[in-house]
Design a protein around this ligand. Structure first.
Ligand code: WQD
Length: 338
């Protein structure tokens, strides 16, 4: 019997890749999306990859009646909750939008899950909860720090809300996945990252510069205390990240009133300059870039310890930064210049 899994934000970047991997593993993914940061055309592309129709419900996770109707109609055994605003810089300018959308959508989701006895939740969290780590690699025991952006704070608040709801004997079992830096695209080049406007993230800016959409990349500082002076991150291929979500559903199977949180990364740090040089290698293109001022709020370096994800999910990344940059470039080349 195929298990119905609701994927909120399932038309988005990580959501769409996760829907593909859920179908590949025999689940029936059901998408909830309001398409505020995704395109409806993604649905057909997901179906071209999976070879099956995908049920889609268009609406807001903050809408209790809408969510109740979807759950009553689909009777899901679990939920993967991606739907949230996620631009760090934007969140500083629009804190109320972020707190309302990201926190209220979770509250409504948890209420409806309780009322419909849907007891498995995988939550999209972020390494941003660690702030600037004192020690590397970052483990799940590394202290979390007061978020420096409303976006990061919504992730910390959400983790606390979920944990408290589990403790309240709500029957809920949940895992928060703390993503590091998702990059890349599906090897079919049918789905990938579709940032709205000027990308704030590194890799889409790199591929858009190489495609001639942007004049040049600005590297935000090369005077950090790192081997080549540029920031270090843990860049994980979005397909690996998607697979980790399916593994997490298996980890949750049979658990009751259970809460856990797991880092999802490669365990390796890569600098901005290394990303640029690797991109030039895989694309065969020289990238136009300059060194600029540091970006406020940037962490100097962060990368994950992957011991826990290996141990409890029986999962580790299989793809490299090179694979991700190649897939990102192949995806970028399919996009019509705006
Ligand atoms: C990576 C590195 C920049 C753009 C953010 C969120 C995090 C998660 C992933 C949602 C940094 C440098 C970037 C550019 C650059 N999002 N850079 N020039 O900031 O690590 O993480 O996205 O969960 O929560 O905080 O990712 O891609 O913005 O930056 O030099 O034009 O690339 O300084 O060192 P970040 P990023």
């Amino acid at each position: 019997m195929r298990k119905n899994i609701i994927v909120t934000g399932g038309a988005g970047y990580i959501g769409s890749h996760t829907v593909v991997e859920l179908a590949a593993q025999g689940y029936t993914p059901i998408i909830i999306d309001n398409f505020c940061n995704s395109e409806k055309a993604v649905i057909k592309r997901i179906e071209a990859i999976t070879g099956e129709k995908t049920q889609v419900f268009e609406g807001n996770c903050t809408d209790k009646q809408f969510m109740t109707d979807v759950f009553a109609h689909t009777n899901p055994v679990g939920v993967i909750h991606f739907a949230a605003y996620k631009a760090v810089g934007e969140s500083v300018n629009k804190p109320l939008d972020y707190y309302y959308n990201n926190v209220v959508s979770l509250l409504v989701l948890l209420e409806v899950m309780k009322e419909t006895h849907c007891n498995q939740l995988v939550f999209s969290s972020s390494c941003t909860v660690y702030g600037t780590p004192e020690k590397l690699p970052v483990t799940e025991q590394s202290p979390t720090q007061k978020a420096i952006s409303p976006y990061g704070n919504t992730k910390q608040i959400a983790e606390d809300i979920i944990k408290d709801q589990v403790v309240a004997h709500s029957g809920l079992s949940a895992v928060a996945l703390r993503y590091f830096n998702p990059i890349g695209a599906h090897p079919s080049s049918l789905i990938g990252e579709l940032p709205l406007g000027i990308p704030s993230n590194l890799v889409p800016f790199v591929t858009q510069t190489a495609a001639g959409w942007r004049k040049e990349l600005t590297i935000f500082g090369n005077n950090y205390n790192t081997p080549d002076g540029t920031n270090i991150r843990d860049y994980i291929h979005v397909v690996d990240l998607a697979k980790a979500h399916v593994k997490t559903l298996e980890y949750l199977n049979g658990k009751n009133n259970f809460y856990d949180y797991i880092n999802v990364g490669t365990g390796k740090g890569t600098s901005v300059l290394e990303v640029v040089n690797t991109f030039e290698k895989v694309s065969g293109q020289k990238l136009n870039y300059k060194i600029g001022a540091r970006r406020a709020g940037d962490v100097e370096q962060i990368y994950a310890s992957v011991d826990k994800s290996k141990d409890v999910l029986n999962w580790k990344t299989a793809l490299t930064v090179e694979d991700a940059l190649r897939d990102a470039w192949n995806w970028q080349k399919t996009l019509p210049k705006p």
